[in-house]
Design a protein around this ligand. Structure first.
Ligand code: ATP
Ligand code: VIB
Length: 274
């Protein structure tokens, strides 16, 4: 094959109508010393009721808005001093003050609620709504309160979203599908997840110092008739994916840039390095 020829004729890509590109990067996880301009993009942090990931203080420090989902406030109250040994626990608590505690308020401890309320945190009790999860309520709050109609620059980082109770995990993944136009990243100590809406072709920049190599591409909401990728060890080429058939788990990123195009919304997941 002559050097300037493409490695493969673009038959698969032509089956999918062309769509605008969307870029993704996990630069928000880089330490301050290595932070490129891209990670300076504004983001909100939501803390859920699970053990705080080790990078919680870093993400909290750089966030524009900090929201605790109900019992997530207990995790900040107890967990931030634990993650910052050598600092005075009282100083840490007063410094890591949520802007809002939101949810049905059956998990936040009364003394925690009172402590933050006295510091000026807004307490939004939504115990009347037993049909939406606390994360759903928090994301709706953030989108409703972010200025302008164009939410494409808004990013929401959700801490403690994975691992633990499977019903909660699935509820958290459902929130990605409920807000397909908002960039929401679910995080744990071990991996991250976000949605790749079918409306776009996706360029995922891999931050190799903090993420990879294990990854997956999963059609949670609906089967995909055609998904095409580049940059993976096991690429898809106009491939059908469904539960009960093929889904891409235990894949590996082989390049710094992964491209994904699909006719269905897909979940992208990648391991985080310790
Ligand atoms: N074990 C978990 N795994 C994943 N996410 C969780 C887990 N526990 C809580 N969360 C998330 O944190 C949010 C707040 O948790 P909290 O325990 O306050 O909720 P809750 O509504 O009281 O839950 P439930 O009544 O079902 O126990 C939940 O809506 C969920 O998004
Ligand atoms: C079909 C159906 N299943 C479960 C619930 C319960 N539920 C869903 S979200 C939520 C609030 C949790 O903070 C609760 C209690 C429901 N309402 N409808």
């Amino acid at each position: 094959m002559e050097p300037h020829h493409p490695r493969r004729a673009p038959t698969a890509a032509m089956d999918l109508p062309s769509r605008p590109a969307m870029s993704h990067s996990s630069a928000f996880l880089l330490p301050s010393s290595a932070t490129p301009a891209a990670s300076a993009d504004a983001y909100a942090v939501v803390v859920l009721n699970q053990r705080l990931p080790r990078f919680a203080p870093l993400l909290w420090d750089r966030a524009q808005v900090r929201v605790c989902a109900d019992g997530g406030a207990n995790r900040v109250f107890d967990g931030m001093p634990e993650l910052l040994p050598g600092h005075d626990p009282d100083d840490v608590r007063s410094r890591y003050k949520p802007d809002v505690i939101k949810g049905d308020m059956d998990s936040v401890r009364p003394e925690v609620k009172e402590y933050y309320s006295n510091l000026g945190t807004k307490i939004a009790d939504q115990s009347h709504d037993q049909d939406t999860t606390d994360l759903h309520k928090c994301v709706a709050f953030i989108t409703d309160n972010s200025p302008g109609s164009d939410k494409s620059n808004l990013c929401i980082l959700v801490l403690g979203a994975l691992g633990g109770r499977f019903d909660h995990e699935m509820g958290n993944i459902n929130v990605l599908h409920l807000f397909p136009n908002i960039k929401i990243v679910l995080l744990s100590d071990d991996c991250l997840i976000f949605l790749l809406p079918r409306t776009h072709t996706h360029n995922i920049h891999i931050e190799r110092s903090v993420e990879g190599p294990h990854c997956g591409l999963i059609p949670v909401g609906a089967p995909s008739t055609s998904t095409t990728t580049t940059g993976l060890r096991w690429n898809l080429d106009n491939t059908h994916m469904s539960f009960g058939g093929l889904i891409s788990t235990s894949n590996i990123v082989d390049e710094d840039q992964v491209m994904v195009t699909s006719d269905s919304d897909l979940i992208w997941t990648i391991s985080l390095r310790h």
